[in-house]
Each structure stands twice: as structure tokens, then as C-alpha cells.
Design a protein around this ligand. Structure first.
Ligand code: PGA
Length: 259
């Protein structure tokens, strides 16, 4: 039985005061309701807020995640942070391969770079949330499943099957991120089932324990239908994670998975 995970990707939003307020509201919603044993919840603030958010999360069941790391352990890499530095904050997760890092920001991360980061995160004892997803052009030309196979396989090169059950994969179609156009539940299930079949080929039966999140315009009113799909094990939430009410609505929708 896979425990659903709902993770908030705050991207480059909020300030320190609003981050603290948001965490306080999320914690009281998650910890008081009969949610915390059934749904795992994480927040992924900008790196500069990892420590204050870790402080605000103390005593709560809500976990902490980072949005990125650099793959080297230390050295002359101005502006970067290592996986060990993130681990020191008490974080558990690191989002890697997000489409904004693949397609929008700076030098555009490729699959080789993302793989180095996945390995660095695991070496630091953290859990990667490896994001994969096709562009609109790739979907329209029928390449979706091939793109997913390639990104998943390339991202996991050299990752040992030992402890692979704690990997998290996020299917995030690029055309659905921040657009208000979510994948249909059927499109999501098709992609997730494909990813799980690929995972089985890579890591064996432990693939059945790996959580595969859907991300891309998840809102309280579409979350339950998406989460009801057999291979959708929760969500990676962008815009709707910035308000406690909408994020908690999505967390509650994940109760459809939890028996
Ligand atoms: P969105 O972002 O929920 O705002 O579409 C999802 C993501 O980028 O992880």
C-alpha cells in the first residue's frame, strides 16, 4: 500500500513572514485532522527559507523539501548549494528535473545533469522527487511515452535498487504546469502506468512501492479525480500550494487513496 504524498512546490514565491504564516496554517490543518497518519504532506520553500521553515515545522508531521541542489559536494560553485547542506536543514526531499529547470531557467538542465543530482541527493540520504514530463509539441506528435521512458531511465542511471522504494517520481506534463489545463485523469493514469512499468524493468517489483505524483494545475476541485487513478499516488502542487485553504483541500482529496 503506497501512502499518498502531497508536496507543495512554492517556487520563487512568498516572503519570510508569509512563509511562516502558511506553514502554521498547513500544520494546524494537517496535524489536527485525521490526516497525518494517512497522507504524507511536504512543503518545498525557496532555499533561503529552508531553516526558518524547518523551525516552523518542528513538532509537526509535515516534511520539508528543497527545490534543487548542485551535484558537487563542495567547491568553487558560486551561488549553488549541496545536497549535504540541504540535509543539514532536516529536509527529506529534493525536487529534481522540474520542467522550469529543464526548459526555462539559465542553462537548461539536461538529463545527464539531473542524473548527477539524483545520485548526489541519494548519497546525502535524501529522497529525490524526480520530475518527468512531455511538452505540448511532444504530446501532439505522439512522443509522450517515449519521452517519459527516456527521462526516467536517464534520471535513474547508476541508482541502485537497494532502498529504491523511497524514490518519488512526479509526472508533470509541461503543458499543464501553471496553465490551468490539467491532464485528464485518463491521461495521467496512462502516463503513470507507463512509468511504473518502466520502473519495474529498472528496479523490479519494488517499483510497486514507489510513489508517482501527478503535477500540473492540480486544484482542490480536480484533485480527487486525479488521485483516484490507480497509479496516481498524490500530487506535486505549485500555485495551489501557496494558500493554506487550497493546499489543504488537495491534501484532503488524497484521502481517497488512503483506506
Ligand atoms: P502548478 O505547478 O500546480 O502551478 O501547475 C506544478 C509544478 O510546477 O510543480
Amino acid at each position: 500500500m503506497r501512502r499518498p504524498l502531497v508536496a507543495g512546490n512554492w517556487k520563487m514565491n512568498l516572503n519570510l513572514a508569509s512563509a511562516r504564516d502558511l506553514v502554521a496554517a498547513i500544520c494546524s490543518g494537517v496535524d489536527q485532522a485525521a490526516i497525518k497518519d494517512r497522507v504524507e504532506v511536504a512543503v518545498c520553500p525557496p532555499a533561503i527559507y529552508l531553516y526558518p521553515v524547518a523551525d516552523a515545522l518542528r513538532g509537526s508531521s509535515v516534511c520539508l523539501g528543497a527545490q534543487n541542489i548542485f551535484h558537487e559536494r563542495s567547491g568553487a560553485f558560486t551561488g549553488e548549494i549541496s545536497a549535504d547542506m540541504v540535509a543539514e536543514t532536516g529536509a527529506r526531499y529534493v525536487i529534481l528535473g522540474h520542467s522550469e529547470r529543464r526548459h526555462t531557467i539559465g542553462h537548461h538542465e539536461d538529463d545527464r545533469m539531473i542524473n548527477l543530482k539524483v545520485r548526489a541527493v541519494r548519497a546525502a540520504g535524501l529522497t529525490p522527487i524526480l520530475c518527468v514530463g512531455e511538452t505540448l509539441a511532444e504530446r501532439q506528435s505522439g512522443q509522450t511515452l517515449d519521452v517519459l521512458t527516456f527521462q526516467l531511465t536517464a534520471g535513474l542511471v547508476g541508482v541502485s535498487v537497494a532502498h529504491a522504494a523511497d524514490l518519488v517520481i512526479a509526472y508533470e506534463p509541461v503543458w499543464a504546469i501553471g496553465t490551468g489545463h490539467n491532464a485528464t485523469p485518463e491521461q495521467a493514469q496512462e502516463a503513470h502506468a507507463h512509468l511504473r512499468a518502466n520502473l519495474r524493468a529498472l528496479i523490479g517489483r519494488v517499483a510497486d512501492d514507489v510513489r508517482i505524483l501527478y503535477g500540473g494545475s492540480v486544484k482542490p476541485d480536480n484533485a480527487a479525480e486525479l488521485f483516484r487513478q490507480r497509479d496516481v499516488d498524490g500530487g506535486l502542487i505549485g500555485g495551489a500550494s501557496l494558500k493554506a485553504e487550497s493546499f489543504l483541500g488537495i491534501v484532503r482529496a488524497a484521502l481517497v487513496k488512503a483506506t
